[in-house]
Design a binder for this molecule. Sequence first.
Ligand code: ZN
Length: 171
Amino acid sequence: MILPILKYGSPILRKKAFDIDKGDAFKEIAENMALTLKKAAGIGLSGPQVGALKHIFIIDTTPLKETGMEIIGKSYYNPVIIHFSDNYVCYNEGCLSIPGINEEVMRPDKIEVRYRDENFDWCEEILDGLIARIFQHEYDHLQGMLFIDKLGPLKKKIIRSKLREIMRDKY
Ligand code: ZN
């Protein structure tokens, strides 16, 4: 089932999400989210963006295959970032909840993460490059944070009117 993606201005996007218990019907949420992400041709989608305040996100790098990047299609449950590298890099980010806005964002280039996989087994990985970038963007959503929060005051001012437009059309 394709789910509606909440847009900037929806209060849910600013709330903290909760851990998933093994008993939760998380597989169905994950399947619906994967379909929704494909339909939207995005590369990442988090629970709060579809109104599920749960620690879950989906990454699907299929739209980036032209770049030669390895294709990763996975769901991540209860993810945590254990370690951030000190080296920051800039990358142009966008978000399905903030259509039409793309801005350069600085983030650590390498992270160490822990999460539960599709079988609800714990995994630990060191991520770098684009996958580290997407993981951090999606992880932020679970804390009620958006990539635009990381922009400097000048850029925030520039996008203010665009954000107002998104809020007007949010339903
Ligand atoms: Zn996003």
